[in-house]
Write a protein that binds this ligand. Structure first.
Ligand code: ATP
Length: 924
């Protein structure tokens, strides 16, 4: 194989050569592309098509960052003071705990970071490329120079490339040139000295296709591209994406508030101790450990890991979170605005009816297999009039005349899809709507290959969701023909004549227009998607403008196709409704079709209205906001309407999730609280604008993501609640003892130990608590609601008080009832506190539901965390060597009974409290 050389200095630049010359120079082929072998060879020579990445945060940096926390410095200070006082054991123990804490934080964050990085990899950019003669979808990084790529509106240009073919193709090059108006691209060669911004036959990596279609030859990849030259700037933008979620930020602030509060309490304890003449050094260490006790330093890490684990779990349910804050917002979503085709329905189209010249034909057969027949429908659909001949003639399988044949032919010739059989299964490559037309035509014996050979492509005006129609111009014996298809209402406006069943062209009068409109409505009301097809003979090949061509068309007929509902969609809609979430369908389809499908889904109820795009245009933003809550279906809308709908809902204070797939959907997706892009049908541009990508395009996955979002928030709330109540209890027990003039019930090392072991381990298990059974029966959390509202802060305080009193009571019992030593009493208080906190972790699983309703073993991790923590605590108080480190003393048997009983108390108290809560909130 000829070795392709890069452009030699002095040679003409790519834009100054013809497309053919460029293709030849790169040893490629405009339709077949490169061979697999050649691709492999070039890749080993030129490397992957990627820009050098910014260095990932190193693990060392992450480890060191664990020790930048102010609390850690306070602790290190305490260790130093202990060391200066030659209290080596204490100093070493504190340092060990600091290290352990740092290590634990590091492991958590490292894991979280890794799973988030893995998620980022899941959303790799893809490119469509011709190789070995077939169109394939490959990761964009695998492109090599010489590859022939195909692009459509919404694609991000994956490498620098020279155009070979373009139809209405425009790109937006703001990322490169700063110019935001789209640039029209054409393959014609240009002068050698035109500046970058004017190289209209080139497209550049990182820019975006905004309309039309194109095919182009890759001439530069990776850092060889124009973008590669300015890559450093791009990296900065990418780094900015690693943002914290609002929740993480709030918790950090909250941590600081707690620190100040703790300092206040510490001063009181310190002052009281000093007045009573406690040794200063001990008071200092106590104060330090108290401050540390009060600050839940594990919180941010727990939140990060809960988010990361939750996000990983969401992937299994087909929701890929692109921006972490979306997880939080998801949980409070009140409205989901969703596309219809492919999201609520399967997007597996089958033509079931044809309408030609007032007559309805039935198409039999299922799926994409071209087996079935076309026959005159009898009794006819509820259509008045019918064709001139009534319904009795033209029956049979002969296709029913020249008019029907021309309708099918036009549908095939105005079509970008292909039908093929692979391993015995018929498949559509391309748009299923178009595939369905090919299948219907094949049932009448019309094959695309053959028809195309007789009428080769000359030019096309591609489909665009805004125009809702498309045209392909073909060369024919008579000169040329334009074949158009699109939404009936749009196409009919451009028709001036019609074809009869026997193939004559007649003027299209008002009576016929009405009849076609009625047929359209009647088919749409049966949940069918209707497409009109027309043609226009062009006597001579002219270079007319697009608009000139799509005029004075000859109406040929209608295709009606069914698109089955996704089996899980109706249930998901029901689940959302039950969870207080409104679902609104937004579709480009006809209003009647949309309403019929919405009814089947239980999404459109009596008393609710449906609005069409043109009706929307007649409403002011104010009026729309007033009505938006009663509208379940929006039909024949454009992307611009989607934006207005999002804004209207937001004016009503709703939290809106909005789905989208096309380029033009990006603004609406950005404006929504949760922008959802379709993973399969979605364009690069929409995905990049989105907060979340639904990898299977399924509405049920959006509902699942909302459920997961609620679950994650719930678990963060439980964990924070638990950790704070433990911290409060430690502070209170120390404060009360100081106020009562008792000896210190807990020593610094013990408090540090509790924070690490008895709070830390169960907190991690709470963070992965299974979803509460009533999760989707509650109304959405109000967006303004805080993680910790007043009621929750009160219960945290109350539970902290409960734990503190239990530990204090145990301390008192040991000291005063059994007259044990202070060491022993501390050991008792320490252990009771540990056990009580461990038990309380189970309480924290639900505010309202009894642990026995939830099931103890439903959170296995928590059971293991409990056993593990209990085990190490028992080791601490029984292994003699641990005695001097933890300052614990051996205990007589009766203490063990006391500790077990007191440790279990929180369970009984909280169960009683929950029963009261349930009875209060139970419906009368
Ligand atoms: P959504 O996905 O938002 O539910 P949709 O996919 O039904 O909407 P579009 O794809 O924007 O909507 O299509 C809008 C209308 O354009 C359709 O109702 C149909 O009449 C027409 N249409 C769809 N696909 C084609 C096509 N390939 N060629 C011509 N017309 C089409």
């Amino acid at each position: 194989m000829m070795d392709v050389e890069r452009q030699t200095p002095g040679a003409a630049p790519w834009h100054a050569l013809t497309a053919e010359a460029v293709v030849a120079q790169w040893g490629s082929h405009p339709e077949r592309g490169l061979t697999g072998e050649e691709v492999a060879r070039r890749r080993s020579r030129d490397g992957f098509n990627e820009l050098p990445e910014a260095a990932a945060a190193s693990w060392l940096g992450l480890l060191l960052s664990q020790f930048t926390n102010i609390v850690i410095w306070v602790l290190i200070g305490a260790a130093v003071v202990s060391g200066l006082l030659k209290d080596w054991l204490d100093a070493a123990a504190i340092l060990a705990i600091v290290l352990l804490n740092g290590l634990l934080g590091f492991v958590q964050e490292y894991r979280a970071e890794r799973s988030l990085a893995a998620l980022r990899k899941l959303s790799v950019a893809m490119a469509r490329v011709f190789r070995d003669g077939a169109l394939q979808s490959v990761p964009a990084r695998e492109l090599v120079p010489g590859d022939v790529i195909a692009l459509e509106a919404g694609d991000r240009v994956p490498a620098d490339a020279r155009l070979i073919y373009a139809a209405n193709f425009q790109t937006q090059e703001a990322s490169l040139t700063g110019e935001s108006t789209p640039v029209r691209k054409r393959p014609e060669r240009l002068a050698a000295d035109v500046p970058l911004a004017d190289r209209s036959n080139m497209m550049f990596m990182g820019t975006v296709a905004v309309s039309g279609k194109a095919r182009a030859l890759v001439v530069a990849t990776g850092s060889g591209t124009e973008l590669g030259r300015i890559a450093a700037m791009i990296q900065k933008a990418a780094e900015a994406e690693r943002a914290e979620t609002p929740l993480q930020r709030r918790l950090e602030q909250f941590g600081y508030q707690l620190l100040w509060l703790a300092l206040g309490v510490v001063s009181v304890v310190f002052a009281l101790g000093y007045l009573r003449g406690e040794p200063l050094v001990e008071m200092f260490l106590t104060s330090v450990s108290l401050a540390v006790a009060a600050v839940p330093e594990g919180l941010p890490a727990v939140v990060t890991i809960t988010l990361a684990l939750g996000v990983t779990r969401m992937v299994k349910r087909h929701a890929l979170i692109r921006k972490l804050p979306a997880v939080e917002t998801l949980g409070s979503a009140t409205v989901i605005c969703t596309d219809k085709t492919g999201t609520l329905t399967k997007n597996e189209m089958t033509v079931t009816r044809l309408f030609v010249d007032g007559r309805v034909f039935e198409v039999t057969g299922e799926g994409y297999e071209p087996a079935g027949e076309i026959r005159a429908s009898s009794p006819a659909l509820p259509l008045e009039g019918g064709g001139e001949g009534g319904g009795e003639d033209d029956r049979g399988d002969d296709g029913g005349g020249a008019g029907l044949r021309e309708l099918l032919t036009a549908a095939v010739l105005c079509n970008g899809a292909t039908l093929r059989q692979e391993h015995g299964v018929w498949q559509v490559i391309g748009d299923p709507t178009e595939g369905a037309l090919l299948v219907a035509a094949a049932k009448a014996g019309l094959a695309k290959d053959e028809l195309e050979r007789r009428a080769p492509l000359e030019r096309e005006i591609p489909f665009d969701a805004e125009r809702k129609m498309m045209t392909i111009i073909r060369r024919t014996a008579e000169g040329g023909t334009a074949y158009s298809k699109g939404a009936p209402d749009v196409l009919l406006r451009r028709c001036t004549s019609r074809m009869t069943l026997d193939g004559r062209t007649e003027p299209l009068d008002d009576a016929h227009r009405r009849r076609i409109a009625e047929a359209n409505a009647s088919l749409a009301q049966q949940s069918l998607r209707v497409l009109a097809v027309a043609h226009r003979p062009l006597r001579h090949r002219r270079a007319d403008s697009d608009d000139d061509i799509e005029r004075e068309l000859v109406f040929l007929g209608l295709f009606a196709m069914k698109d089955p509902l996704r089996p899980e969609a109706a249930e998901a809609v029901r689940l959302c409704r039950q969870a207080g979430i409104r679902t609104a369908m937004i579709t480009g389809d006809h209003k009647d079709t949309a309403v019929a499908i919405a009814r089947e889904l239980g999404l459109h109820r009596d008393g609710e209205t449906a609005l069409s795009g043109s009706e929307l245009d007649n409403l002011t933003d104010e009026q729309l906001a007033q009505r938006v809550e009663r509208v379940g279906v929006y039909a024949r809308v454009s992307a611009e309407h989607k934006l207005r709908i999002v804004r209207a809902w937001k004016r009503r204070g709703a939290v809106v999730a909005m789905t989208g797939d096309g380029v033009n959907d990006a603004p609406a997706i950005k404006a929504a609280d949760i922008g959802v892009a379709m993973g399969i049908a979605g364009t690069d541009v929409t995905k990049e604008a989105s907060d979340m990508v639904v990898t299977d395009d399924n509405f049920a996955s959006i509902a699942a993501a909302v459920e997961e979002g609620r679950g994650i928030f719930d678990n963060i709330q439980k964990t924070v609640h638990f950790l704070l109540s433990c911290n409060v209890s430690e502070v209170l027990v120390m404060l009360f003892a100081a106020l009562l003039g008792l000896p210190l019930p807990l020593l610094p090392i013990q408090i540090l130990w509790m924070n690490l072991v008895t709070d830390g381990i169960p907190a991690l298990a709470l963070a992965v608590d299974p979803k509460a059974p009533d999760l989707m029966q509650r109304p959405p959390r109000r967006p303004g609601d805080r993680l910790l509202d007043r009621a929750r802060l009160l219960s945290i305080g109350g539970e902290g008080l409960m734990l503190a009193l239990i530990a204090l009571a145990a301390f008192g019992a040991s000291l005063f009832l059994w007259h044990q030593t202070v060491e022993q009493a501390r050991t008792v208080a320490f252990t009771v506190m540990v056990v009580a906190q461990l038990v309380h972790a189970f309480n924290s699983r639900s505010e309202r539901l009894s642990l026995f309703q939830l099931g103890i073993a439903t959170n296995r991790s928590l059971v293991w965390a409990f056993l593990l923590s209990l085990g190490v605590q028992l080791a601490v108080i029984t292994i003699p060597a641990a005695g001097p480190i933890f300052k614990v003393a051996p205990l007589p048997l009766e203490d063990w009974e006391l500790m077990a009983a007191m440790g279990l108390l929180p369970l009984f108290i909280m169960e009683a409290a929950k029963a009261v809560r349930r009875s209060r909130s139970a419906p009368a």
